[in-house]
Design a protein around this ligand. Sequence first.
Ligand SMILES: [Zn+2]
Length: 427
Amino acid sequence: MDASANPSTAPSCHAMSARNPFDRIFRNAVTRSSPTPVDIGVSGGRIAAIAPHLACEAAEIDIGGRLVLPGFVDSHIHLDKACLLGRCGHVQGSLKDAIAAVATMKRDFTVEDVYARGARVIERAIVHGTTRMRTHVEIDPRIGLRSFAAIKALKRDYAWAIDLSLCVFPQEGLTNDPGADELLVEALRDGAGVIGGCPYTDTDPHAQIKRIFDLAQEFDLDVDFHLDFDLDPSWSHMEEVCRQTDQRNYHGRVAIGHATKLSALPPERLRAATARLAQAGVAVTVLPATDLYLMGRDATHNAPRGLTMAHKLVEGGVLCSVATNNVLNPFTPFGDASLLRMANFYANVAQAGVSEFETCLDLVTDLPARLLNLGAYGIVVGNPADLVVLDTNSGPNAIAELPDLLAGFKRGRQVFERRPPVLFKPA
Ligand SMILES: [Zn+2]
């Protein structure tokens, strides 16, 4: 949770030596830790003071008692394979069909093509208030390092609005795909920030998990696996990931995405799995749009949701997030990169109660910020002034009402504006 500074210790104009201590003051802002409106003073791109009334002359923005958040954090998205609907004759199919469809299209991806599609999604994410994002990038002999080069350029070109981190991974197998390992190492040498894996597409899943951990340790990187993606509770690679995490003392540095099997576990087994994940410090990212679209397809009626209950795992001490995953492709033919919409969607499908809405908002803000291990997140003095303004007055209302996002700021600089709709009532 974000936290306001103690008003009595907040600097004022007179207490500070500079003539203009603040570049900008946000007035009358409600934060999740302060339902009473406060002023937020920004200097040099950082939050310099938080107090009920900052007496100072600086450029002002009146927030009008609305909610300000430190931006949404998307812990799992695929920019490289977004926006492909126009080019594939997509027939509703299984996970395997989706992987095969993208594998075919991937051969024709160019750097410019990946850049253009990724930029389209990043710009949607920015105007929906996302300030940090981890994108997975596929690396294998078919695509080579073309997607990686494009996403690196996006990271550089959109740094004014979003902190992008790159997680490179082999989507179609590692130990069974000659050349993939060498390319992965090349990407790691060339600045990839995180390493991922996808053991369920490997002929030797445990060997892949071991190799990914070996590389993570060699390059001192966090790990983010696409783990199980089915509803069969009779087997799982989760224990192997937890075991390797323990063995390598990697607690707090490992995440698993989807983990849909957890949704198929009866209560006692789920309790045991929750305790194991919490003990190993392995985080779980739930991807509602894709999980709901691809799971339970064999059912002729009463189809299972196939959605892991992230907010319940949080109660059990597991670090969790809810994220976007795919946008407009065979895995998920929907998407606008809005994490507030995704949190609302998750809360609805997960049947979250009103008392759980705060946690649902945590799942797209504070918790993924912790999962990404980037630090300096939240409306706290000293942190970067990453702020988004919502047209509502509390965290729970943000989940319930899906309010408009009116403005966003990255390191104190405004990056977007959205004007509220105007009704033209008859006179
Ligand atoms: Zn994914």
